[in-house]
Design a protein around this ligand. Structure first.
Ligand code: G2I
Length: 444
């Protein structure tokens, strides 16, 4: 995407939009945000005291996944006894620094606590579903997307499920988990996450068939996570594979990207471009920050060296994000115009105001809405927007009442409290026009 900056001037009562020269973003998160996407990393709680690590995290990324701290063994070490210390630490660091969080992972055949490994049948099913309910409830309103089920399909040519204690409780364990997660946290996107799904192959096709079936039967599923632990290359049909999932009506998210080998920089660029080219590819998460943070010891598969320097792969990702499609709602790559429209509703002191910054192009838009508290603090807010023709395809930081016409947006748990005079933001993306949103704010 040619990055454009815009000048909005009131001239004789009209709005003048001036398209200026390219003005590329300089961090991964900011570059991804230009198209309404995110760029995230896995984070390990024990590294939050390492200043090089934290500086890179805070500067470069706007999405966070707990590398291990939200898994079953960490969160429910004894049956019915929950421990959220590591997960909360990561979540709070992320939210306090304006980042969103992907929850990983509610159910997985690995990293189960010992007590669960010893269960089977209906006892295990009940424990598993209770686990989903409890953890999703603990984090309710704070998680952007949950990996509800991780790695449930077999490698190889069968296209079927992997054998596991969970699978032996009955084939419907996955849908039961998704339904429980939806009931516990209706605001979180619910993803199925797996690896070796980077091309059109029997395993990814097995997952594709499951997602199609879930959509047909109304089982709640919003996204498919492609882990993308790659070596040297992205498969040639990487983008086509993302696209076929997107065409089922789910988002795709690249959830654990790391790439080893001498072609690393090119391969990272190819993966990033593929995501940018797929309307419903919501964002990319790399599985660690520096090479020394990687689970793939010695393979150096990440974007920063062990001492925290940017690698060539970093530059190719950044360039691809800056050059990519204008947003998850369109594949138009030509003219993009950024219009900044600010609408401020006059309100009495103690109330709130809302303004919108709009990035729009032919066929879609991303709206970032700023909510500002008046002379007293807010404890919950509602913003009303009006869509004239366009419709909402995704949002963050607020719950919307619908996708077209008048939409009421209410705060989520973490951004309802706004000190006097201060602001918070939420956003949404849509198809069609985002003009005339005219946001108004009220307290709840
Ligand atoms: O295996 C790579 C990833 C594949 N997809 C799911 C991810 O959740 C998974 O992440 C890795 C973590 O990066 C590792 O850090 O999952 C591993 C567990 O299967 C994690 O390794 C474990 C070690 O095996 C444990 O010995 C250690 O106690 O990390 C734990 C915490 O450091």
């Amino acid at each position: 995407m040619p990055i454009v900056s815009a000048v909005v001037a009131a001239a004789l009562g009209t709005t003048l939009v001036v398209t200026a020269t390219a003005n590329a973003a300089t961090t991964l998160g900011a570059a991804a945000a230009q198209s309404g996407r995110y760029f995230g990393t896995a984070v390990a709680a024990q590294k939050l005291g390492d200043s090089t690590y934290v500086n890179l995290l805070n500067t470069e990324f706007n999405m966070v996944t707990a590398e291990n701290e939200m898994k079953w063994d960490a969160t429910e070490p004894n049956r019915g006894q929950f421990n959220y210390s590591g997960g909360d630490r990561i979540l709070n660091h992320a939210l306090n620094n304006g980042k969103r969080v992907r929850g990983h992972a509610l159910l997985w055949y690995q990293q189960q606590p010992r007590w669960a490994q010893g269960l089977s049948g209906s006892d295990l099913r009940q424990a598993a579903i209770n686990h989903v309910t409890q953890v999703a409830t603990h984090y309710k309103g704070k998680i952007y997307a949950w990996d509800v089920v991780n790695e449930a399909f077999a490698d190889g040519n069968s296209g079927g499920r992997r054998d596991s204690n969970l699978q032996r409780t009955g084939n419907d364990w996955i849908e039961a988990a998704f339904r429980a997660a939806r009931a516990a946290d209706p605001g979180a996107k619910l993803c199925y996450n797996d690896y070796n799904t980077d091309s059109i192959n029997p395993k990814s096709t097995g997952i594709y068939n499951m997602v199609r079936d879930f959509k047909a039967r109304g089982v709640p599923i919003d996204c498919v996570g492609m882990q993308s632990h790659l070596s040297n290359n992205a498969p040639s049909d990487y983008q086509a594979n993302l696209q076929r999932f997107a065409d089922l009506g789910v988002e795709v998210q690249i959830t654990e990207l790391d790439i080893s080998g001498s072609n690393q920089a090119n391969a990272y660029g190819a993966v990033t471009r593929a995501c940018m080219a797929v309307t419903r590819c919501a964002g990319i998460t790399v599985w660690g920050i520096r090479d020394s943070d990687s689970w793939r010891g010695g393979e150096n598969p990440l974007l920063f060296t062990s001492s925290g320097a940017k690698k060539p792969a970093y530059t190719s990702v950044l360039n691809a994000l800056n050059a990519g499609g204008p947003g998850p709602t369109t594949t138009t790559t030509t003219t993009t115009t950024t219009t900044t429209t600010t609408t401020t509703d006059p309100v009495p002191p103690g109330d709130c105001t809302a303004s919108v910054s709009l990035n729009q192009w032919n066929g879609g838009f991303v709206a970032t809405v700023k909510v500002t508290a008046g002379s007293s603090a807010l404890n919950g807010w509602r913003v009303t927007t009006t869509l004239s023709g366009g419709s909402v395809t995704g949002s963050w930081g607020a719950n919307g009442s619908g996708t077209s016409g008048t939409v009421n947006w209410t705060n989520v748990d973490y951004n309802g409290s706004v000190p006097a005079g201060q602001s918070t933001e939420f956003g949404f993306q849509g198809s069609g026009s985002g003009s005339g949103l005219n946001p108004t704010c009220s307290t709840r």
